[in-house]
Design a protein around this ligand. Sequence first.
Ligand code: SAH
Length: 345
Amino acid sequence: MERGINGMSLEELEALLKGLGQAPFRAKQVFHALHAEGLDSLDEVTTLPKALREVLKDYPLRTVKEVNQLLSRDGSRKFLYALEDGNTVETVYMPYPDRTTLCISSQVGCKMGCKFCASTKAAFARNLQAEEILSQVYQTERITGDRVDRIVLMGIGEPLDNYDEVVRFLRLITDPKGKNLSARAITLSTCGLVPRIYDLAEEGIPINLAISLHASSDEDRRRTMPIANRYSIQEIIRACMAYFEKTGRRISLEYVLIEGENDRPQDLDALARLFKGPMWHINLLPLNPIKEYKGRPSGEERIFAFEEALHRRGIHASIRRKRGEDIDGACGQLRILYQGMGGPS
Ligand code: SAH
């Protein structure tokens, strides 16, 4: 797919406009309009000559369009966004009193095949382009009138399986001439594509890293997460240590508690052995049940006891606040529902 002008770096825009006989400051204006102002069209940018706006219409400006929106009792909103080709992705908007967090998607569907995850149940269609990832942020800001302060790459898809576009997205959204979001305000969640974790450590973008762990041994992990057949927990730990050394960012571990599967005393022991020290933080959260997976969420008491027991062993752990539960805030369910209703893709 051809690169949209809203997915180009300032240097790429300068090269494009130079080819069109334009001065470099025009590229700065375009970049500012697209990224600092988050516009989804150049039509209203009257500081640009009309002729130039017309010429630029020959180049794709790739944005997402709202097709559905679910509002949760807690104020979260889940957007279903359509891409140009009719595929859809989900974005979850979570306002808190002191900040707003946005959960964005990186792929249409997912290839990773985690048994408990709805995103993997609909077939994988394609990677998102950087500009389609960005547009989820800018469109949500426009629709809600709110400013996004934090971003979590925890929507549909495995971000490190779409590495180049995700890194391009990270560079664009942290660009001081654009939205200028701090890398520290961004968290990327991965099921653990070990070589890409090493790569990410070298990019010079110190974002937070979250690892979807969900099991305390390789053997258990292989039962629900196919990626565990490729990389062991020890390999993930080594990659995370390299990431921590390079970026100074602590690593969080996502641990979805599944009754009787990973909430046993032996899991506590294993986790406490593996993840001691200030570098690690375990996020506990109850499984969000989906019909394709038979596991049940651990009960509330069990979750609190699990957290307590980890604390007693000196492990940093907390229970993650659940948002948008009543709108299936998690896990690709809106996209599947929409497909079921005869929506695109
Ligand atoms: N592919 C990436 C990011 C997307 S999933 C990853 O694996 O991390 C975002 C988080 O939701 C992951 O931690 C994922 O394991 C978790 N998740 C998936 N299905 C879930 C479910 N049914 N209940 C609770 N969390 C789930």
